[in-house]
Write a protein that binds this ligand. Sequence first.
Ligand code: NAD
Ligand code: DAU
Length: 331
Amino acid sequence: MNLLVTGGAGFIGSNFVHHVVANTDHTVTVLDKMTYAASREALAELPEDRVTLVVGDIAEPDVVDPLVAAADAVVHFAAESHNDNSLNDPSPFIRTNLIGTFTLLEAVRKHDVRLHHVSTDEVYGDLELDDPKRFTEDTPYAPSSPYSASKAGSDHLVRAWVRSFGVRATISNCSNNYGPWQHIEKFIPRQITNVIDGIRPKVYGDGLNVRDWIHADDHSSAVLAILERGRIGETYLIGADGEKNNLEVVRLILKLMGQPEDAYDQVTDRAGHDRRYAIESGKLRAELGWSPRFEDFESGLTDTIAWYREHEDWWRPAKDATEASYAAKGQ
Ligand code: NAD
Ligand code: DAU
């Protein structure tokens, strides 16, 4: 197959491209706008006869149409992905996540090409800390931020194109990813690089917010399983039973980096900050036989810390501007 992978130069999309090259015979065309979040280095060591990068915008029909026409399947990762940015300026989130997904849907409809849409557990809103429930495929949509609302809207577009036009699509909603190549605006790499720089980690609010961590490699293996064996029209939740609150994560980072575990600051909370995410991934495991490889968060985090120590050349150019943007908001 020739796969068209949108957003394939981003954190998870590039991980998926590596996973496809290592585990299949498919060729891959990456369509990526190369925003601030993209990285050519993340694709650098891939074979040129298997992976081609096309720089372009998923919201441009003239760019998207011929690429979709030439593909056997589309895996759609491209998005504006950071909640804090969506609070500063929602407009690129609306264009890429909604208009971009609409543009892809029209192309796969026209050319009858299989689509997998990559989405987030944030579409379901949040849970109370003491709620025994976790998100399932039947949880009602209740997004909180401009980012999660734009992703929820994109999911609804995909569902409508399946039902009304017979588009052959699946959707996955995954929890918080960690691992190499994640932009340092995000929680885990921000705190790792802060510690490297002698800056105290910054925890929003009371730090009791819970995220359900999964290694990006496990997200990629789940997406490939759904692409290959998922039922058309179905949604699959992806998660690895990794619930931890932000204080637990930051204390573990500090411990693994040889610092006192209380050497962090509590800073201004995020507006509308979701309290807890938690995924019930039984459908994916039972139907497709998927299971995560990284079940030990501490060892995955240890590897991730080592990776950021070894790849300072990659993240250093973005560090000052990222911290300046947070500092302007007291974060
Ligand atoms: P990222 O921000 O690291 O990468 C996004 C990529 O999309 C970048 O390479 C960027 O250049 C590209 N892009 C942005 N706008 C584009 C456009 N208009 N046209 C073409 N390319 C464009 O994001 P990520 O963390 O890798 O997330 C990838 C996908 O996975 C997103 O759809 C996100 O909603 C979803 N997701 C992320 C997580 C997570 O924890 N990071 C969890 C669940 C789901
Ligand atoms: O749940 C899936 C989502 O996970 C994805 O859809 C998003 O693309 C991805 O960015 C992530 O969203 P979060 O908002 O949960 O991730 P973030 O890394 O921004 O923050 C994780 C938690 O840490 C959250 O509770 C906010 C908090 N935080 C974040 C930063 C950047 C801090 O306490 N301090 C920080 O400096």
